[in-house]
Design a protein around this ligand. Structure first.
Ligand SMILES: [Zn+2]
Length: 294
């Protein structure tokens, strides 16, 4: 546990977890990967004599809500989540249905993709004050309706709107649902003052600008590579293969679902921008860049 402000702590791990504490009452920011994270959080609360007031989930991905079920079962705490994300938290198979575009292959039926369901007690909206001194910040792009949390003592929890360098290096292409919103969100974060910035996956930063730029550059590079590959007509699968070659990614079922979903979102984005078009031939959907791309 690292203390970042008078009321704010972060438990650094595979998914960073925030603790916002006032008078012994803790509002948790995400609950980690699984039951084990829930157990670890419970131990910290007990050791410090704190009580859990609520869990705020930034979004519904399994690595952010994995401890909900354990904590809700044992401490009967309420879960707060952004409207739109809440359906996924209560019904985790939606998560893999979205990634896969149908009923998932069995390789995705595990805790990395499907958390245990938990009950959402309150819907939160951007700019809403969750508890005194803790405000939601809209960070759309990575998933359906993600929010970050801004504390009165100067800490900005960024959820997955950008990633630390180690994660970017490890996965090559981050998961992105809405490419345009993703870029706008990062640019918005660059203009937000905070003493500390906490990405869910990466170290705490005092200056977010350099890391934000690297994340933005990466988004641009992915788009550029797809446009280059779109010089000749290609199917989605061919686009995916070439992009994986570019970023030295070796796919398995999980990565295929995550990177594949992101590539589809990029193709839709480029289509919206008028830069890429598709046609059907021999029952194949073929993507090609348009004349608008200089
Ligand atoms: Zn995450």
């Amino acid at each position: 546990m690292t203390q970042l402000g008078e009321s704010t702590w972060v438990l650094e791990g595979p998914t960073n977890i925030g603790f916002f504490e006032k008078d012994g009452q803790v509002t948790l920011i995400d609950s980690g990967n699984d039951k084990e994270s829930g157990r670890g959080i419970n131990k910290i609360l007990r050791d410090r004599g704190w009580t859990l007031k609520a869990i705020v989930n930034t979004h519904s991905n399994a690595d952010h809500i994995g401890g909900n079920d354990y904590l809700q079962r044992n401490l009967n705490c309420p879960v707060f989540a952004p409207e739109g994300e809440h359906s996924f938290i209560e019904n985790p198979p939606l998560e893999t249905a979205l990634l896969w575009g149908g009923r998932e292959v069995k390789d995705l039926r595990n805790k990395f993709f499907q958390a245990r369901p938990s009950r959402v007690d309150r819907l939160i909206r951007p700019e809403e004050e969750i508890v005194p001194g803790l405000r939601a910040v809209g960070l759309p792009g990575h998933f359906m309706n993600m929010v970050g949390l801004e504390t009165g003592d100067g800490v900005l929890f960024l959820a997955d709107c950008l990633f630390g360098d180690r994660i970017l290096g490890k996965y090559g292409i981050p998961f992105i649902y809405d490419v345009r919103a993703y870029g706008e969100t990062i640019r918005g974060v660059m203009g937000r003052e905070a003493r500390y910035y906490v990405p869910s996956h990466g170290p705490v930063e005092e200056d977010i600008i350099p890391l934000a730029r690297r994340n933005l550059d990466l988004v641009e590079r992915i788009g550029e590579r797809l446009l280059i590959h779109g010089e000749e007509e290609k199917t989605f699968e061919e686009m995916l293969r070439l992009l994986c070659d570019d970023f030295r990614i070796e796919l398995n079922a999980g990565q295929y679902a995550l990177v594949g979903s992101t590539v589809r979102s990029f193709l839709s984005y480029l289509n919206d921008e008028g830069l890429m078009d598709f046609s059907f031939r021999d029952n194949r959907m073929l993507w090609k860049r348009t004349a608008k791309h200089g």
